[in-house]
Design a protein around this ligand. Structure first.
Ligand SMILES: C[S@@+](CC[C@H](N)C(=O)[O-])C[C@H]1O[C@@H](n2cnc3c(N)ncnc32)[C@H](O)[C@@H]1O
Length: 412
């Protein structure tokens, strides 16, 4: 249980302290985007703009009333053989009923076996029958070439009942051979991703970021000249950005504080400019260097003051009109990560707009300041009014990838 004193109440823009400063609210355009993952091989496309964004708070309350909205499941391993497609994973029993959950692949229902899973039970102690969440799913009919290419997974109730908000995962095996995968030790620096998922989640994220950019800009990564991944780690996403969209880019760059990951990238990933950066800015790039800077799960690990300094730096190296795409942990992640009701984080978010009190040890072996790396949550209001200074906020979407929200900012 984490208990912390949160110091000062959440303050507004620091410039407001100066006399006569008129605080300009960021222009927040309220939209929620829905993913259309029924895609053909074009990949993920965004469709169906809805005009009023459901606030995280509303969603959260709704989740308490209707936990199916935050139905948890995950795929841990996929194997494709001549005997068919097999998947290992876990899925919280829909409505708590052990025979109610079915995994589909490309619309075909799996043969499923459920097993005891104490890890999931510990993660979701209040969920009925969470201990029966582990599954083995197989599709003997999806063998050989039929199981290659795009696999779209979704979970449905036996009665075809209501689908949860995060109900689909997408994998594409067509370029697996092009991607280099680090050893388990280096993978552990970015969290516990099994090697196969390193490729598949990397590709999914690259396509999701492209879809988000396309949604606000009309054009995706392929029409950008200079692109930077901030916090690229061992290039899980950046390798796909290069292969899928990089042909016409003049600069594809990745920076990270993890020199071990950057050295590995330099020796294994050609055609990308990698640099180790310090824990705090500045970075070695001139003003207005990049058209797009993106970051998956970096601001989810920084303390308040470090995050704010980095966002100023990103603003500096982005060209006017350029886009900053990043993910956060917001209120909508809390039922997933703290299903038993960890309310101190929510209190902190209400008071301060940010909670940065939880230590994360994943990169302790490669950084000098052992206090630096955190697990950090933010409120929408904080992101909009503090991080949004100097940007137009073009898009935000809850539970974009797993339980992380996505934001697209455009530099004014
Ligand atoms: C959760 S990992 C995500 C890595 C990568 N974005 C991905 O999705 O595979 C977070 C990454 O941010 C890096 N990082 C943390 N603080 C950073 C900072 N201030 N500047 C650049 N990278 C940072 C970490 O070293 C780590 O590689």
């Amino acid at each position: 249980m984490m208990r912390h004193a949160f110091g000062r109440p959440w303050s507004s823009c620091s410039a407001c302290k100066a006399a006569n400063h008129v605080h300009s609210s960021p222009r927040y355009r309220p939209t929620i985007h829905r993913w259309n993952l029924d895609a053909d091989r074009q990949g993920i496309q965004m469709t169906g703009l809805i005009n009023s964004r459901i606030s995280n708070e509303v969603l959260h309350n709704h989740a308490s009333l209707n936990p199916q909205m935050f139905y948890g499941w995950n795929i841990n391993h996929i194997s494709r053989t001549s005997a068919g497609l097999k998947v290992l994973g876990w899925a919280l029993p829909l409505d708590g009923l052990v025979d109610n959950t079915f995994l589909y692949c490309n619309g075909v229902r799996a043969e499923m076996q459920f097993e005891t899973d104490t890890v999931v039970e510990e993660m979701f102690p209040t969920w009925p029958n969470a201990g029966a969440a582990s599954f083995r799913a197989s599709w003997p009919q999806l063998s050989g070439t039929r199981a290659e290419g795009l696999l779209v997974f979704d979970i449905r109730a036996a009665d075809g009942g209501m689908l949860p908000i995060k109900h689909r995962m997408m994998f594409d095996f067509s370029d697996e051979g092009l991607i280099v995968v680090p050893d388990a030790d280096l993978i552990s620096h970015i969290g516990a991703t099994p090697p196969q998922m390193f490729i598949q989640t990397g590709r999914t994220l690259a396509m999701q970021f492209d879809a988000a950019l396309r949604a606000v800009h009309g054009k995706g990564f392929e029409s950008q000249t200079a692109v930077l991944e901030w916090g690229c780690g061992p290039a899980r996403v950046l390798q796909h950005i290069k292969h899928l969209y990089g042909d016409a880019m003049s600069t594809i760059a990745g920076i990270d504080v993890d020199s071990v990951a950057i050295d590995w990238c330099k020796s294994r990933v050609p055609g990308v400019e990698f640099k180790t950066c310090e824990l705090n800015p500045p970075v070695d790039y001139p003003d207005a260097s990049f058209d797009v800077i993106y970051a998956y799960s970096v601001l989810t690990h920084l303390r308040k003051r470090d995050a704010e300094r980095w966002i100023e730096e990103i603003h500096r190296i982005l060209r006017p009109g350029g886009h900053f795409i990043f993910t956060t942990l917001g209120v909508s992640s809390l039922p997933w990560l703290h299903p038993s009701g960890e309310s101190s984080i929510e209190t902190a978010l209400r008071m301060n707009g940010i909670y940065d009190g939880a230590k994360n040890t994943d990169i302790d072996s490669v950084i000098s300041d052992q206090d630096y790396y955190r697990n950090t949550w933010v409120s929408d209001r904080y992101v909009q009014s503090i991080w949004g200074e100097g940007f137009d906020i073009m898009l935000s979407e809850v539970c974009f990838h797993h339980y992380q929200d996505v934001w697209v900012f455009r530099k004014r």
